[in-house]
Design a protein around this ligand. Structure first.
Ligand SMILES: [Cu+2]
Length: 137
């Protein structure tokens, strides 16, 4: 008897290929020359609280949590409007980069123009001032 899993396996591979596309625009952008922008997360601030970027330019967003507790960098509209490098897509979940105490993350991306809100969604942190704005022009 022929293996019955041949068709489903082929289908699964095809599904993976279509749900995990590689953006040719990001790949062709010289991310090696990306400008490093550092954003510090602390109790209870983003520094700087207003992040200014140029549209269609490559950046390495270096997010540093200097606190001993966890914080997140949540900007779903910003990430949705940006082309995030394929290798960094997994670090951004639902527009959010979660960082435990002392952790860092670097997200390579090319932003699009707009003004986007930035917030830490940990309970009470935004009320204590942990919010900001990302301005891309
Ligand atoms: Cu926080």
């Amino acid at each position: 008897m022929r293996p019955v899993f041949t068709f489903p396996l082929t289908f699964l591979l095809a599904a993976c290929a279509t749900t995990h596309p590689i953006d040719p625009t990001v790949a062709s952008t010289s991310l090696a020359d990306a400008q490093v922008v550092e954003v510090e997360l602390s109790n209870f601030d983003f520094t700087p609280s207003t992040i200014r970027l140029d549209a269609d330019k490559a950046y390495a967003l270096h997010i540093v949590n200097t606190a001993s507790g966890g914080h997140d960098f949540t900007a779903p509209e910003f990430f949705a409007a940006s082309r995030v490098a394929p290798e960094d897509v997994a670090s951004v979940r639902d527009g959010q980069v979660e960082l435990g105490g002392g952790q860092t993350a670097t997200i390579h991306l090319v932003p699009s123009a707009g003004t986007f809100s930035l917030i830490c969604t940990h309970t009470g942190h935004a009320l204590l001032g942990m919010k900001g704005t990302i301005v891309v022009s």
